[in-house]
Unconditional design. Structure first.
Length: 685
């Protein structure tokens, strides 16, 4: 899977090609280098065989030629610990699902062009192409008898021209393309651009191949996971099938569709989202995630259980004030395993049908390659056993087996060849008291390789986005690269972060940014007090919500030598009317419509403080970012230029909000940040 080709990049011109040594005692052959990004691998999407003794997973690796992530399917035998490829090569093989009898494997691949559904007979190794469609297949699910496979797929719709009197173009004339007519509320999405006319629907197809049959209709999207009834006669899914669905971004209900007559029955109708229905056939119960919509900017999902007809719903995890992100029934149907975040770390827990919660059965991680966000997946592997993706501060995700005694057995070691010989940045925790109200503010810091406590090091404060997300003691390529260049790097979870309870997350409800600024400065003070941080060499950066706070910080203090404001919101009024998810932000992040709450929004906009800024500032955003549009970056850049503040603007090509989606863009992002800081860094003490 490794590709050892080297990549030369021009970042900030020749400056990046000859970046000066930042610490004379660092052996660059043994520390992280920018080209190492193309050699990272990690594990994802584990699926356990029905016998409980084999697990197939997605082995994801960076492709230096395609500048993307290559996904192949590998299998681990839990009895023999043998590790072998199932489907491997230059094509993408993903979304594997074992058939109920374990003899076949359904998966999606682009081996013949479009992403199609295939089935592989595991005994013979023979494969069959099941679909011949012109749109990508997703959310595949086997019927209980193995005769059918359900999936979701986008169905385009033609849209007639609104203006119908356009003169006929003469033969050979070079006219401009036809105008694009838009009349939908949701008309663009980050990552995909302008929305094409059409909707996602649910289909079924014979598992040996044939013509897919569309089960859902209407001007609604059906993009959820799919669960079969025990008799195979119906499917359960979640969708927002309200006529005004575009104006209800937090609404989703659970439905049942009859395979024979395509009749759709609504199962839930609560005020808020219900999604991810999963059936316990032993007890005729459905478990799903949901919450009552209280119009807070951050709300935690709970696990609910109800009868198959939607009656008698009960909240099983009401006692756990933490965000739950996934759930699976245990093998005996006596409860559910679930993943959740706590204090900057993702874990697996378990809840019984009576609501008894057992926490921290296994630790997850390693799937956020760029920054140290919480991440991870799991699969149930028989009674009281779990297969998990597990990582630490030094390595991306590997697979591990966790038994009933919580003993962890590592199953893969995907990056030993890349990182086994390298001097990796060590990560330590720090907790400070907030100067606002005495709350504990949790943070972590990475030390440069060959750290010497008698020396003074420059420090980078790296701020997470969201703002309702969480950093933790997790793997981060960006942190490792910054530390390898001789910086102490610190990251924190100020108020507003998730994983500390809903009350903590909503301390910034309609008040962001605000006192989260104080929490971050308190962390900086705590680091400076450690003596090995050079107070005259402080730098700050962050992306998205972290970009907002970086701009807010330099509008309030000149303490930092330089700043990089990545993909920010600079002006909440303009953001509310240009972002892709404006129908969500205006309703949940703001106390009123932008033309009604103008004074409030301007008060919390970093642009309102631009007159105070003296810090040399770089702006960095993806060219195709629809979440925090380039117009936000340009406003701040032009304002700083008008004030004659030293500033630069970096526009990352072919990048949306998730800049790290392309390996080369991840390198360009962190490379530009370090180069900008080097420009203003004082000599080491």
């Amino acid at each position: 899977m490794k590709n050892n080709n080297k990549l030369s990049l021009t970042l900030l011109g020749a400056q990046m090609l000859a970046l000066p040594a930042l610490a004379s005692d660092i052996n660059t052959d043994k520390t992280w280098q920018y080209e190492d990004v193309f050699n990272i691998e990690y594990a994802a999407a584990p699926q356990v065989h029905p016998d409980g003794y084999k697990v197939i997973y997605e082995r994801r690796a960076m492709d230096i030629m395609a500048d993307s992530t290559r996904i192949n399917l590998w299998e681990v035998d839990l009895k023999t610990n043998t590790h072998q490829p199932v489907l491997s090569g230059k094509n993408q093989f993903r979304s594997a699902k074992y058939s109920p009898d374990g003899k076949r494997l359904a998966y999606i691949t682009n081996a013949e062009g479009d992403n199609q559904l295939y089935v592989r007979w595991l005994g013979s190794g023979q494969t069959a192409r099941v679909t011949n469609v012109h749109q990508s297949v997703g959310n595949i699910s086997w019927s209980p008898d193995g005769k059918w496979i359900a999936f979701t797929m986008f169905k385009p719709e033609s849209k007639s021209s609104f203006f119908k009197e356009m003169p006929k173009k003469p033969k050979g004339a070079q006219w401009a393309d036809n105008a694009t007519y838009i009349d939908e509320m949701v008309y663009k999405r980050d990552g995909s651009g302008f929305v094409k006319p059409g909707y996602h629907h649910v289909y079924v197809v014979p598992s040996e191949g044939g013509t897919p049959r569309q089960l859902t209709q209407g001007a609604f999207h059906h993009r959820s996971s799919l669960t079969w009834s025990e008799d195979g006669k119906s499917l359960y899914f979640n969708a927002n099938r309200h006529d005004d669905w575009q104006n209800k971004p937090r609404q989703s209900d659970i439905y049942q569709v009859n395979i024979a007559d395509r009749e759709i029955t609504q199962i839930t109708d609560e005020n808020g989202p219900e999604y991810g229905p999963k059936i316990n056939h032993q007890r005729d119960k459905i478990a799903y995630l949901g919450y009552e919509n209280k119009h807070l900017s951050s709300q935690n999902f709970d696990i609910y259980m109800m009868d198959l007809d939607g009656k008698n719903p009960v909240n099983l995890t009401a006692s756990l004030d933490r965000p739950i992100s996934s759930h699976q029934w245990d093998k005996k149907g006596r409860g559910l395993y679930f993943s959740y975040d706590d204090h900057g770390q993702k874990y697996v827990g378990h809840v019984t049908l009576k609501g008894k919660v057992t926490e921290k059965l296994a630790k997850l991680g390693g799937q956020s390659l760029g920054r140290p966000y919480t991440s991870g997946q799991f699969a149930v592997a028989g009674s009281n056993r779990l297969v998990v993706t597990t990582g630490d501060t030094e390595r991306p995700a590997d697979l591990a087996l966790v038994d009933k005694r919580q003993k962890v057995t590592q199953l893969t070691d995907l990056n030993a060849d890349l990182l086994g010989h390298k001097n990796i940045a060590k990560v330590e925790p720090i907790t400070v008291k907030s100067s606002v109200d005495g709350r504990d503010i949790q943070a972590w810091y990475a030390l440069p390789p060959n750290f010497d406590a008698t020396k003074k090091y420059p420090m980078i404060l790296e701020i997470h986005g969201g703002p309702h997300t969480a950093y933790g003691p997790n793997y981060s390529t960006e942190v490792q690269l910054m530390a390898s260049k001789g910086y102490v790097v610190v990251w924190a979870n100020p108020r507003g972060s998730t994983s500390y309870g809903q009350e903590f997350a909503n301390l910034i409800h309609h008040d962001y940014p605000s006192k989260d600024y104080n929490d971050l400065i308190d962390v900086v003070d705590g680091m400076v007090a450690k003596k090995f941080v050079d107070e005259d060499n402080l730098f700050v950066t962050g992306g998205s919500g972290g970009g907002v706070l970086t701009a807010w910080i330099i509008g309030n203090t000149d303490r930092f030598k330089a700043a990089v404001v990545a993909k920010p919101v600079i002006n909440w009024i303009s953001f509310a009317l240009t972002a892709d998810a404006y129908n969500y932000y205006a309703k949940y992040w703001m106390p009123g419509m932008p033309w009604e709450a103008t004074e409030h929004l301007w008060k919390h906009s970093p642009l309102s403080l631009v007159g105070n800024v003296k810090t040399p500032t770089m702006l960095l955003t993806g060219e195709n970012d629809h979440r925090t549009p380039m117009s936000e970056t340009e406003q701040y850049y032009q304002a700083l230029q008008l004030r004659n503040v030293e500033t630069a603007m970096v526009r990352i090509p072919k990048a949306g909000h998730g800049i790290a989606a392309r390996p080369s863009n991840l390198i360009q992002k962190v490379g530009h940040i370090v180069a900008w800081f080097e420009k203003y860094r004082k000599a080491d003490k």
